[in-house]
Design a protein around this ligand. Structure first.
Ligand code: NDP
Length: 329
């Protein structure tokens, strides 16, 4: 008997992108040697862009969107995975050029899957999602630079968003003093609850900075780019590091070389999509160990599968706090 499942599908008609909620079969999935029964997916900023068509994220049609998912293997031609194994997927162009997580089934190459660490449910894995896994990659980059608790204040921009909320929670749990930058000052209590010790208004980061401002931060995780990142760089301490992972402010980076050549600041780029497998496994096992799951729950809301298009508009409008998970029916 053919299995059918609910799925979102994006197609292009007359040059315009169209989204439908439909029922599909495994014959509608793309190439791969592992089939997964998807239990949970999530809503990342990039999913918002894909679902609304606001940016050309989707590059193959028709395609099931959803850049990440967690679930159980139902069929595997990969010796590393057996039916029943719990897995998580982030990146590799899933939800962009390979069908993704907004469906009851997903089929992908086994090389793209990470075994879910013990101690995390599929829902928790997706509450973390690509946003949280990216935050962990940023923390790992800063640690590889030598960052240790007690080194000084660590800055996180876009703190009330998905990457930002998990970055604040992780750094706080690891014993760092965390300064959270937000454009939503009414979320100050929420951010303190996650582990921030100080809250700064995003408005302080919107004017072109001098090449070097007073030194302040020992490390930073930036999700914004643009003038936000330029301001962060000009206020970094000597020999400190910044992990840049997003463009919520702008793609441009209007800075000078002064922070790099006069203060020895290092700028790390974080690419979660094509991160090597060993680094992914390390990030997921650190997340299972270092993220406070009660704090994770306080930053997570669940939306109905049918409400994803509406939630996509909300994340693009900057109205979503923390993380959004969706149970796949
Ligand atoms: P969210 O929408 O959840 O969070 C983004 C946050 O950025 C907002 O909540 C807001 O935080 C802040 N923000 C919004 N607009 C501006 C602005 N104009 N200037 C400064 N800050 C702003 O998105 P995600 O957390 O899912 O993703 C954050 C960024 O990271 C995105 O650009 C995304 O594309 C990127 N990303 C990159 C990855 C990679 O592999 N490099 C992987 C995952 C995400 P607040 O309200 O607190 O101010």
């Amino acid at each position: 008997m053919t299995t059918t499942f609910s799925a979102y599908r994006i197609d292009r008609r007359d040059g315009a992108q169209q989204l439908e909620l439909t029922r599909l079969t495994e014959a509608d999935l793309m190439e791969g040697n592992v089939t997964v029964a998807v239990e949970y997916s999530t809503l990342n900023y990039k999913d918002g862009l894909a679902l609304t068509g606001r940016s050309p994220i989707v590059r193959r049609f028709p395609l099931i969107p959803g850049i990440d998912f967690a679930g159980r293997v139902v069929e595997s031609g990969d010796p590393r995975f057996r039916p029943g194994d719990r897995v998580v997927l982030n990146g590799y162009g899933v939800g962009e050029k390979h069908s993704g997580g907004y469906a009851g089934r997903a089929r992908v190459p086994g090389d793209w899957l990470v075994a879910l660490p013990e101690g995390l449910t599929s829902r928790q894995a997706m509450a973390i999602g690509t946003a949280g896994y990216t935050a962990m990659l940023a923390v790992l980059a800063l640690e590889s630079h030598g960052l240790e608790p007690g080194a000084g204040e660590v800055l996180v921009t876009g703190a009330a968003g998905g990457v930002g909320s998990i970055a604040v929670a992780l750094l706080g749990r690891l014993g760092h003093r965390v300064t959270a930058v937000t454009g939503r000052p009414h979320e100050a209590d929420y951010l303190r609850g996650l582990g921030a010790t100080e809250i700064l208004d995003r408005a302080e980061f919107t004017q072109p900075p001098r090449p070097l401002e007073s030194e302040r931060w020992a490390a930073a995780i930036d999700v914004a780019g643009g003038l936000t990142l330029a301001n962060v760089l000009s206020r970094m301490r000597r020999a400190s590091a910044v992990a840049a992972c997003g463009l919520a402010d702008a793609m441009e980076l209007p800075t000078t070389v002064a922070p790099f050549i006069l203060r020895g600041v290092t700028l790390y780029g974080i690419d979660s999509v094509m991160a090597p497998h060993a680094l992914r496994e390390r990030a997921w096992s650190r997340l299972a160990r270092d993220l406070d799951l009660d704090r994770l729950e306080t930053m997570t809301r669940e939306v109905d599968f049918a409400q994803l298009p509406q939630a996509a508009e909300e994340i693009l409008a900057g109205r979503v706090r923390g993380r959004t998970v969706v149970r796949i029916p």
